[in-house]
Design a binder for this molecule. Structure first.
Ligand code: SF4
Ligand code: FES
Length: 367
């Protein structure tokens, strides 16, 4: 028996291309061009390897996965390999014909993002006029097709005061589940942190709103709530621990333990073009680097939560301290915890201007 368990789920980032430009996108600042993306045959091989390893679910993501013309083929291939297929989408381009072909190919679940209950502000955040209107139509279509629907609402300082309306909207859209996720500060979100970080009062009010709504909506809609690390006392177990449960594949084929890992220096993440998924998961130096507890510094090393939160998030430790091997500053026991107070003070003082992710027209052309 192998000491390391196989991953449960694979996040397939098919592309970084996207019609939206959300300023909290977790994609890297350096977006992959269409010409760098893995081709259909490579993705099919990888999906087969994942299923053979014991992966149960594949999340088709991006960017916007609908930008890929081969999405239906990839969904079908995943279905035939025995993988549960979930589409994580902005909904833009998910017209009735496209949805029908994905359902026919075996798609089992849709996660649809919304940016706000206020249409104008939602479109402003998404960077695309008319986007929120399209999403409302798409949600209806998904329910009519009989698929379970999760609404993803990323919340931050510029929409958090409407959380109650956002919850009502998700119910009206027929969602089975609503994921209310505070922005996690990597990639574009880190660049926009001072404009997005909520105040403590906003956060407390939002948490109370979620608790009230959960009681009201028991049996109607499940609400998952991802709290912001910057006000935390203990960190999240990011990805359930490095290289323990999940793997990501970037559009160009890099195999990563999380969506932000490419920001970490000194780690050579192998590509699916160089080695099998199984070799990379079990044997690569990059996946072994922060797996388990042997790498941990104090105070994690002797902490009784070390196999609960696994020392928090490596990418956040790097973003905030410049060293991925330090305790996540979200932990109040971290010697770096005070940096979060500095970020909160900066946000309080800042004007809420946003820097939008950009794609060149060439990069957006469909593959
Ligand atoms: Fe988690 Fe480390 Fe903090 Fe303990 S010291 S709670 S293991 S991050
Ligand atoms: Fe990379 Fe948390 S996002 S370890």
């Amino acid at each position: 028996m192998k000491e390391v368990e196989p991953p449960l789920a694979l996040l397939a980032e098919l592309t970084h291309r996207c019609p939206l430009r959300c300023p909290y996108c977790s994609n890297p600042l350096e977006l992959a061009r269409a010409s760098a993306e893995l081709d259909t045959a490579s993705w099919k091989r990888v999906l087969g390897e994942a299923a053979a390893m014991g992966v149960l679910q594949v999340h088709f993501s991006g960017g916007e996965p609908l930008v890929r013309r081969d999405l239906r083929d990839l969904v079908r291939h995943a279905t035939e390999a025995g993988l549960y297929g979930n589409l994580i989408t902005s909904g833009i381009r998910l017209d009735a014909a496209r949805l029908a072909e994905l359902v026919e190919a075996g798609l089992e679940h849709v996660q649809l993002s919304i940016q706000d209950s206020d249409m104008a502000n939602g479109d402003r955040i998404a960077g695309l006029a008319g986007a929120q209107e399209v999403k409302r139509r798409v949600a209806r279509r998904v329910r009519e097709a009989g698929l379970p629907l999760t609404v993803n609402a990323v919340v931050h300082r510029q929409n958090l005061d409407r959380l109650d309306e956002i919850i009502h909207l998700a119910v009206a859209l027929g969602a089975d589940r609503l994921e209310v996720a505070h922005v996690q500060y990597y990639g574009w979100a880190l660049r926009n942190r001072t404009a997005l970080l909520p105040s403590r009062d906003q956060l407390d009010a939002a948490t109370a709103t979620v608790e009230t709504a959960r009681a009201r909506l028991a049996g109607v809609m499940v609400i998952d709530y991802v709290v912001p690390d910057y006000y935390a006392h203990r960190p999240k177990a990011c990805m359930g621990g490095w290289g323990r449960r999940f793997l990501n594949i970037s559009p160009a084929g890099k195999v990563l333990p999380c969506h932000a890992a490419e920001t970490l220096p000194g780690l050579d993440f192998p590509s699916v073009t160089e080695a099998s998924l199984s070799e990379i998961w079990y044997c690569s130096a990059a996946f072994r680097r922060f797996r388990g507890t042997a790498w941990m510094p104090e105070p994690c090393r002797s902490c009784d939560r070390r196999e609960i939160d696994w020392g928090g998030c490596r990418c956040q430790a790097f973003a905030l301290t410049g060293d991925a091997a330090r305790t996540d500053p979200a932990c109040a026991l971290s010697p770096d915890h005070a940096v979060l107070g500095g970020a909160i003070a900066d946000a309080r003082a800042a004007a809420p201007g946003l820097s939008y992710r950009q794609h060149s027209a060439a990069a957006l052309s469909p593959a």
